[in-house]
Write a protein that binds this ligand. Structure first.
Ligand code: ADP
Ligand code: ADP
Length: 231
């Protein structure tokens, strides 16, 4: 299993107030599947994504990535697993503005103390259709191109799973479409596993399955096609 959650519970405490953000959620994200997570604001989508990606530790339950239960790892080992096995794509792209597209894509390898192999970064940029933009800075790229650079960066370590948090949230309809087609192709052609939080039914329609969250619980599951029909 690329990622599995078993009875994952998350309670936020601030002062005397407690928020039950995830209420014993169990779900699997099998290799080579594209899952979308939808639900109203405050339903726990970000918390689910952060726990599944090892960014936050849940209050209870077990999250495993590629068979490793995250609770068994200390902070150093968890950081290493995230760096080596997980890719992230954010709504706001999160590219480094002073670096070229190629340098941004190479960043996860550099952070892992690796020098990119010849052609490795070029191949990653080519995979997202941006071979000719390698030397461009983010400010010289369109929003859709910036998000595709961010996707190439997320894929450069060949992660077990890519987590995407509203990846089309900052894009217009046409560039959203390009990014969604790319994510779909990664699953269909490379067997990538993707978990995407989205508010956008058009984005959810690209997924194999759409998990519906409500009040921190899984409230249902649709096919991508059904979610698209709601759009
Ligand atoms: P969504 O992504 O669906 O909008 P979140 O996972 O961000 O939902 O939040 C779920 C619930 O947990 C909400 O009630 C939210 O206010 C609360 N919450 C999220 N993060 C924190 C936090 N760091 N501290 C306290 N409450 C939080
Ligand atoms: P988004 O919908 O863009 O994910 P959120 O409002 O869900 O934005 O959360 C943004 C950040 O704020 C998250 O890191 C979350 O943990 C934190 N957060 C959300 N709700 C609360 C809250 N009630 N108290 C403290 N932090 C919160």
């Amino acid at each position: 299993m690329a990622v599995s959650l078993r009875d994952v519970r998350m309670i936020y405490r601030s002062g005397t107030r407690q928020v039950l953000a995830l209420d014993d959620v169990s779900v699997d994200f099998p290799p080579g599947t594209f899952s979308a997570v939808m639900g109203p604001s405050g339903s726990g989508k970000s918390t689910l994504l952060h726990c599944a990606a090892g960014l936050d530790r849940p209050t209870g339950g077990v999250v495993s990535i590629a068979g490793t239960p995250l609770g068994d790892l200390d902070e150093t080992a968890l950081t290493r697993l995230r760096r080596d096995r997980v890719g992230f794509v954010f709504q706001a792209f999160n590219l480094v503005s002073s670096l070229s597209a190629a340098q941004n894509v190479a960043l996860p390898l550099r952070l892992a103390g690796r020098r990119p192999a010849a052609g490795e970064v070029t191949a990653a940029l080519a995979a997202v259709g941006l071979a000719d933009r390698a030397r461009h800075r983010p400010s010289e790229l369109s929003g859709g191109e910036q998000q595709r650079v961010a996707i190439a960066r997320a894929l450069i370590t060949r992660p077990a799973v890519v987590f995407a948090d509203e990846p089309t949230g900052a894009l217009d309809t046409r560039t959203s479409r390009q990014v969604l087609d790319l994510l779909r192709a990664l699953v269909d052609e490379h067997g990538q596993t993707i978990v995407m939080v989205t508010h956008d039914p058009v984005a959810a329609a690209m997924a194999d399955r759409v998990l519906l969250l409500a009040d921190g619980r899984l409230a249902g599951e649709l096919t991508g096609a059904d979610a698209g029909a709601i759009a």
